[in-house]
Design a protein around this ligand. Structure first.
Ligand SMILES: Nc1nc2c(c(=O)[nH]1)N[C@H]1C(S)=C(S)[C@@H](COP(=O)(O)OP(=O)(O)OC[C@H]3O[C@@H](n4cnc5c(=O)[nH]c(N)nc54)[C@H](O)[C@@H]3O)O[C@H]1N2
Ligand SMILES: Nc1nc2c(c(=O)[nH]1)N[C@H]1C(S)=C(S)[C@@H](COP(=O)(O)OP(=O)(O)OC[C@H]3O[C@@H](n4cnc5c(=O)[nH]c(N)nc54)[C@H](O)[C@@H]3O)O[C@H]1N2
Ligand code: SF4
Ligand SMILES: [Mo]
Length: 742
């Protein structure tokens, strides 16, 4: 909704699409110009908070390197093409490959920005299903798949994630997350700083476990270094302590907790004394952490990417929630609670309190036999699936908002593999490190050119709410929105050619969906949806049939898209409320504290407990002015000091003869990169920190600003064969390296 300021000056409200905090922005425009961007004070969820990236949306919108027309490769060059030419090229080249080699000959790789575009998130599945391939890859297996898997096993659905109810909490243990820089992840929590301050002001305590004294550690009451990758031992020892000291408190969840005795037995070998050396944390401290969690008036344990992107990612993710449950913190105010989203949440649909649970391993990757998880195979299997001859070899790839050449371990190997493909399409906004390998690039729209609703993040939010953003600018004429591009690709994959009536196909699909949801009332519902199309129609359906919806008239006053449209600052749906048992979708109708695959995986960790520590390991880092691999081309963010430096502890620097500000070579068993050093005692000795997403010096990319400060690709050092075997998630942390002067 827009209010008029002067004749052609307008104010728009837009959810920021750049990170998981989903802040509400106020965007002032004149004509087609962005005049300014600031935090929307009227936003019910973020109340005016923003970070420096929001302002860079203007740069993104105006970036001359951002693609506006499709590109087709002709020899070594990309030539601008019309949309018709681009889709004709795809229709000519993709279907024959599928016919000759089978459906698995095509792969799709979808990346992080798709979580921030409702058109991509709601329509990507159509493309994957139309392709009919098992080779579906996403950034999830570089990130949070371990959490989704443990959520699925414990609570019955992949997106039933408990988040800290920070607004009422008195204790927060943050493990492997740096929300002061990342602004939160798997936990949508704009302005973490203020919320953490409020927690402390009410007498609460913030404790951080991290191999680096991070920005979050700096605002905490206590920080403990941990040896990278040792979290599973810390967490198991904390659970051990709860049992050993009689601190287990089942409370209201007593009738819903399955498997307590199995957990007690399973953690038996992990006494604090046994794990202390491996963690680098004293046994008394470990006990103290368990005790203060148990003793606080309310509290939660929150583990994030540092606990996921390691060999025991799923075990860690599980143990975090075992701790929450056994300390009486799960589903309690001020503890770890389940948001109730207004739309699209599986844990608000179907029968309440019980469900089919989840299944994994319905198929496996061809080369490494990695099991399917949540319909996907590990991103780190993509290169080998392209390289390895034989039936089922990947010969064609479609990337959607993904840059795995920089964002996935083994990037250089993947780049070589991409050159072996017979055909590659990228739906992206840049000609970058990955898309330079494509045969056809289809540009996405600017985020200011389409409407938006966050499909996933309200399921992870610190407070229940619903917000809708209108498009700030009218879309460029003839530029199909990304959902229509996905539908057209899907139609081509199904053999319907480049000119199928994709809107009619979408009508059919929606009608089918409505018949499933509404049965005999389907005609009425379809009537109510008339006039809408694409993601907005799906949103209207989801909102009105959702837990706060108007039930298409059955519950007057309930949510509709029209009501959201009339509330530019969003609609507050209240603080988090207890949801067990209603949100459970496990077959037992209980919380499964001891899923058998997890118990079976613990001995793997135990066997590793006494493994010798490498002298030097590398971990990642995030900076508030950067985001993964694709915002380094925005001048507002690129200015100022270079943020891709490797941080090294002064002791390690002295030992290896490297100096502050110098160039050094960082090497692993898998590669080496040249980095600029900065000495920092914020690190645990023996740990080097290098951010990912850099390495913009590859030929053929068109990123003028980023190329001036390319940085080094951390993922060139990481091993694409290193995975958590349960979730398939990549190991991104704690990898052994050496360092030497350049
Ligand atoms: N070593 C190491 N590696 C990591 C991580 C780490 O911590 N350490 N983090 C991992 C994590 S958590 C993640 S999520 C992944 C992210 O990795 P990816 O999912 O590959 O995401 P990005 O690297 O951000 O690349 C995003 C791509 O989307 C394009 N894009 C941006 N906006 C749009 C749009 O609106 N439409 C379209 N069609 N395309 C768009 C960009 O041009 C870019 O090509 O990286 C992972 N890689
Ligand atoms: N500014 C900015 N914001 C972002 C992103 C970005 O690139 N830049 N990326 C977005 C994405 S895609 C995601 S997934 C989220 C991630 O959000 P977070 O999970 O908060 O990720 P990080 O900021 O990388 O914080 C991870 C922390 O884990 C620590 N760590 C590393 N290894 C270990 C370990 O073995 N054990 C423990 N306990 N800690 C460890 C690191 O030192 C780091 O401080 O951030 C999102 N927000
Ligand atoms: S924290 Fe920054 S990048 Fe993230 S949503 Fe808010 S304004 Fe956007
Ligand atoms: Mo991520």
């Amino acid at each position: 909704m827009s209010a008029t300021a002067s004749a052609d000056e307008r104010t728009h409200y837009r959810i920021c699409p750049l990170c998981e905090a989903c802040c509400g922005l106020e965007v002032r425009t004149r004509g087609t110009q962005v005049l300014g961007i600031r935090g929307a004070e009227n936003d019910v969820f973020s109340a005016g908070y923003i970070c420096p990236k929001a302002v860079a949306l203007k740069d993104l919108h105006e970036d001359p390197d951002r693609l506006r027309t499709p590109l087709i490769r002709r020899g070594a060059r990309f030539l601008p093409a019309t949309w018709d030419e681009a889709f004709a090229e795809i229709a000519e080249r993709l279907p024959p490959l599928l016919q000759a080699h089978g459906r698995d000959a095509a792969a799709v790789a979808v990346g992080n920005p798709s979580a921030h575009k409702m058109g991509l998130l709601l329509y990507f599945g159509r493309l994957a299903r139309a392709l009919g391939t098992k080779n579906v890859f996403s950034a999830s297996t570089l990130d949070q798949m371990p959490k989704q898997l443990s959520d699925g096993w414990m609570f019955g659905h992949w997106l039933s994630t408990a988040v800290p109810d920070i607004a009422r909490s008195h204790y927060l243990l943050v493990i492997g997350a740096n929300p002061m820089a990342s602004n939160g992840s798997m936990w949508t929590v704009p302005d973490f700083r203020a919320k953490a301050r409020a927690l402390r002001e009410r007498g609460g305590r913030l404790v951080v476990i991290d191999p680096r004294r991070s920005e979050t550690a700096a605002v905490a009451d206590a920080h403990h270094f941990i040896r990278p990758g040792a979290d599973v031992f810390l967490l198991a020892a904390m659970v051990h302590t709860l049992f050993a000291e009689g601190l287990v408190r089942k409370g209201r969840l007593t009738p819903y907790l399955n498997g307590i005795d199995e957990v007690r037995q399973a953690v038996q070998p992990f006494a604090p004394e046994r794990v202390a050396a491996r963690c680098g944390i004293g046994a008394a401290t470990i006990r103290g952490l368990a005790r203060e969690l148990a003793a606080a008036p309310s509290g939660a344990v929150y583990g994030r990417i540092g606990t996921c992107t390691q060999h025991y990612g799923t075990l860690c993710s599980w143990l975090v929630d075992v701790l929450n449950a056994l300390s009486g913190r799960l589903d309690e105010p001020g503890g770890a609670m389940f948001p109730k989203a207004a739309a699209f949440a599986q844990n608000t649909q179907g029968e309440a309190g019980r469900g089919r649970g989840i299944t994994t391993g319905r198929h496996a990757s061809r080369v490494s036999a990695a099991p399917e998880v949540y319909g996907e195979l590990p991103m780190t299997c993509l290169a080998e699936e392209i390289e390895t001859p034989g039936p089922g070899r990947v010969r064609a790839l479609i990337t959607v908002a993904a840059n795995p050449v920089l964002s996935a371990p083994g990037g250089p190997r993947l780049a070589r593999a991409l050159d072996q493909l017979e055909f590659m399409v990228s739906l992206d906004i840049y000609l970058n490190e990955t898309t330079r390998h494509a045969d056809v690039i289809l540009p996405g729209q600017s985020p200011l050119e389409h409407s938006h609703y966050d499909v996933a993040f309200p399921q992870l939010s610190w407070r229940n709410h619903a917000r809708f953003s209108e498009a700030v600018f009218a879309p460029t004429p003839d530029h199909p929105p990304e959902w229509q591009q996905l539908l057209r690709l899907a139609a081509i994959a199904k053999g319907l050619g480049a000119h199928a009536d994709v809107l009619a196909l979408d009508d059919e699909a929606v009608a089918g969906e409505v018949r499933k949801i509404a049965g005999a009332h389907a005609p009425l519902v379809m009537q109510a949806l008339a006039g809408l199309q694409g993601p907005e129609r799906l949103l209207e359906l989801a909102l009105r049939s959702g837990p706060y919806g108007d039930g298409f008239g059955l519950k007057p006053g309930g949510l509709t898209l029209a009501r959201l449209r009339a509330a530019p600052g969003g609609i507050d749906l209240g603080e988090l409320a207890p949801r067990v048992p209603e949100m459970l979708r496990t077959p037992s109708g209980k919380i499964e504290l001891a899923p058998p695959p997890l118990l079976a995986d613990l001995p793997r960790a135990l066997a590793d407990l006494d493994a010798p520590a490498p002298a030097l390991v590398v971990i990642g880092r995030r900076d508030v002015r950067s985001n993964n691999s694709w915002m380094h081309n925005l001048p507002t963010l690129a200015k100022g000091p270079f943020r891709g430096t490797a941080l090294v502890h002064p002791q390690d620097a002295a030992r290896h003869g490297v100096a502050d500000g110098a160039l050094a070579v960082l090497s692993s068993a898998h590669g080496s990169v040249e980095v600029t050093l900065a000495l920092s005692d914020s690190l645990m000795p023996g740990v080097i920190s290098l951010p990912h997403g850099w390495g913009h010096d590859l030929p053929g990319a068109q990123l003028g600003v980023a190329a001036r400060h390319p940085g080094a690709n951390l993922n060139a050092l990481l091993d694409d064969a290193a995975r958590d075997p349960l979730s398939g998630n990549a190991v991104l942390s704690g990898v052994a390296v050496t360092i030497a002067p350049a």
